[in-house]
Design a protein around this ligand. Sequence first.
Ligand code: HEC
Ligand code: HEC
Length: 360
Amino acid sequence: MSKFLKKSTLTVGGIAAMLVVAFVQETAADQSAPYNLGREALPEEVAAWDIDVRPDGKGLPVGSGDVFTGEEVWIEKCASCHGDFAEGSGRWPVLAGGIGTLASENPVKTIGSYWPYLSTVYDYVNRAMPFGNAQSLTDDEVYALTAYLLYSNDIVDDEFTLSNDNFLEVEMPNTDNFYPDDRVEVEMPLFSVEACMSDCKTDVAITMRAAVVDVTPETDGDAEVEEAAADVEATEEPAAVAEVAVVEVAALDMELVAAGEGAFRQCKSCHQVGDKARNRTGPMLNNIVGNPAGSVEGFRYSGPMEEAAAGGLVWTEEELGAFLTDPRGYMQGTKMTFRGVRKPEDIAGLIEYLKSFEAD
Ligand code: HEC
Ligand code: HEC
């Protein structure tokens, strides 16, 4: 570089001007003409970049690895972030489970529930993991880890050995739900009609808002994400609804209120109460006990909640108890993605606590 500078009489501006001229000429001239820059890449340089593995198996190196070995490598190099069983630790990605959740409000996309091709697992792990030390794994380790990830997703049993020979035999559960991109035939004609330029319709009807889809968490999105992940793992065993305390008392039981305040911590990521309470992911909850459901001003409820409100649902202590015990069992399709409160005494406390935020 310094040699170039010494010998060259060109100024930076001069170089730039030359490049512009060269560029103009180049675009006008034969595109295949050589640039006369650099040198041809060596085969080993190309090979170092050429590590992609394709769905049809092209690019797979010769090698193999079994679930057991994969588990050992996993524990050493992956589990700190992705959890012992690929369930994801903290906020690191979840790599297993989630099967059957894709059409739900909280789809959990994992290798088992979502990925159509096993080659992507091999390629991704080989290319990018472990995070921060990419491309440090041997081919056999990548096979073994891929086998372990299949095992974690219940796709193979613990005796399984994956190799370049049987790679294409593995069937990914969600493969059939992908289909070739047909937008050119299906969508293009719809959007290629001539635009209306005169006498067009005057009214614009908003049919859907992004908030309903809930793709943009207002705040504390993380808590929701974790909640969603926890939900999927939580086994479906709603605690008994029956025991909820339904004692009508005029004065507040302050001990219960205090207990409820503790239990309300699990609601705080989405709900506010008190003087400055406003709607967040969930509606603010002042004045909720004994009042009509789905009626907090300015909050966009789910369809089912709106229907329940139109049907006259009132948050009596019984109804509230049942809802909080198992929100989505109580109201299918509710936006409240929360697994529910297990302990009846917590429910009683929560209700008492909420009652302490009633307007007088
Ligand atoms: C230091 C934390 C960390 C470690 C250790 C780690 N990963 Fe990851 N992994 C991540 C992060 C972060 C992502 C998401 C990266 C992104 O989306 O850009 C990820 C993504 C992945 C994905 C894709 C997930 C998806 O659904 O898109 C796979 C598969 C994966 N890791 C496998 C592994 C394997 C196998 C190992 C061990 C060799 C490993 N990871 C080690 C942090 C880690
Ligand atoms: C992950 C966010 C989230 C968490 C955590 C959460 N909620 Fe909700 N909650 C919501 C959303 C969103 C709605 C609106 C539901 C709908 O429209 O279907 C809601 C609705 C409600 C309603 C009905 C409000 C109304 O105006 O009809 C009550 C009561 C309620 N939540 C109480 C609680 C309590 C108590 C807790 C804690 C034990 C809790 N929620 C935890 C998000 C959450």
